[in-house]
Design a protein around this ligand. Sequence first.
Ligand code: UDP
Length: 322
Amino acid sequence: MRVLITGGAGFIGSHLSEAYLKQGHEVVVLDDLSTGRLENIAHLRNNPDFQLVVGTILNERLVDKFVEKCDVIFNLAAAVGVELIVKKPLESLTTNIKGSEIVLDMASRYNKKILITSTSEIYGKNINGPLKETDDRILGSPLKARWSYSTAKAVDEMLAYVYWKEKQVPSIIVRLFNTVGPRQTGAYGMVVPRFVGQALKNETITVYGNGKQSRCFVHVRDVVGALMKLVEEPTAVGEVFNIGSQDEISIEDLARQIIKITKSKSKIKYIPYEKAYEEGFEDMQRRVPDTSKINKLIGFKPTYTLPEIIKDILQYLKRNKQ
Ligand code: UDP
């Protein structure tokens, strides 16, 4: 197979590229290196089955050329990370809406299978848990930058769904819940690499709000395995799937666990949301996925525990001296 991965130099994309190359497939990565990093894919570049194209998914001509020549597309190119979205809302909206539309349009032109990555942000402030794919979205004002990400991704989902309904483009949507692992950077706010990095340097651990908000963290390798299985599964087409762990932990306990595992001297500092992000910032208090749909279809179950994930990230950061 020739696999096209937009955003393939990013955290998840680089792991997906690696996994496909390991199986003997060809991989073409299209990445503008905005948040993607060359070092994520440096170890793949000598492989004759690997090609890196530096460019944006907003470039129709470029997308056209590589979609035509591939067998399946993974659209992972996106502006992600709550801090990035809040800081650069316009750029984020453009990449996440226009970019995905261009990729979907080309998938339609050449009738290629496409997997669109969406997010648990879709559910907004819905703190019911576990969240099912059919559950309601509860969002704050569109003038609050945080909700623009949720909205942009919802537009992507709707586009993918109607391209399937009206033009029979075989598309699959996945909603990723707090995916973490080596190569994820804490620079855009992602909490686990940030806390592990802070702990390694014995710096203050920056817990936002009161730290009682909770999340479930899944290892990127478990997610990548699920994405690869889904595109092989004909009945996944036209469907949306949650992917994540159901092992819930508060951010405060996460900080404590990271300090313990890294044997750090760091102390926890609580920072009000308006200082961490912006005035009036709204966080999700809880986010737990219902993963019974994907479990039933492909037997998905996370295999890494949180301590294993933390140790893996720790090793990566130590090796890369970050
Ligand atoms: N968070 C934190 N300190 C940080 C970065 C994030 O306390 O330095 C919190 C953040 O406010 C949120 C949780 O950790 O409640 C998860 O944040 P992340 O950006 O990793 O993911 P998301 O908010 O998209 O679930």
